[in-house]
Design a protein around this ligand. Sequence first.
Ligand code: KIV
Length: 284
Amino acid sequence: MTDRKKATLPFLFNKVEMGEPITMLTCYDYPTAYFQEQAGIEIILVGDSLGMTILGYDTTLPVTMDDMIRHAQAVRRGSPSAWLIGDMPYMSYQPSVESAIRNAGRFMAEAFCDAVKLEGGAEMADRMAGIVAAGIPTMGHLGLTPQSASALGGFRVQGRGALQAKKIIDDAKALEKAGAFAILLEMVPERVCQIITERAENCFIISLGSGPHAHGQLLIYHDMFGLYPKFKPKMAKVYGDAGNVILERLKNYAKEVRAKEFPQPENWFTMKDEEYQELLRLLK
Ligand code: KIV
């Protein structure tokens, strides 16, 4: 596919050491993974955001482990080289350390992921430590954690007040102590992200809407290309309006079919005259 080398933890930490920002995107299917592989994206997250972007739910909560495994397998087939992270869906790790280890193991054994991600701070440190002790690299996720959106008051910036910011900073340390190789900060003020990044010793920090100071950046693929019709988060940069391009071409297609302009000869298959004559004879 490409001559890319497989991304590994030493490769990622080396980038951090060299001060080279890490690129990370979400991805849920084979063709998109293929393009991300060609583009050299270093970390791919098969996010449970697929519940919204792919399956059309209003939240990530209905997503199951089987949903996640099916999509992670497709992404791995499209991108053999990226560091592939499977996102632990709602209630796949919250109930117990054992459920966390078992479900994390499924991502590794069934979808050939390199790591998993879970949401939550100090209260999830035992799940994080359990998975890490089972030999599975684990990323933390703080700030806006969509699985807890109801408790957090909706999809909104977290840590604007000093007390809440201090809690996020303490949570980041708790996750690092529990063995996180990285922590994703979603919709946290950039100053808070900067403090956490500067204090990180054994893990690196990825920002989603949390500013430029992290070791790397994440965007949701569907936000980058205008592919999620329900809303566009403020922090997302739209790199191309693929959604509108697709919509216009779909309208063209419908118009051409109705006007009998499609298909044209290059869009269909033919048979030789003698076979056709023989067919007519057989049908008599
Ligand atoms: O599910 C996901 O894509 C995520 C991102 C929002 C970070 O967890």
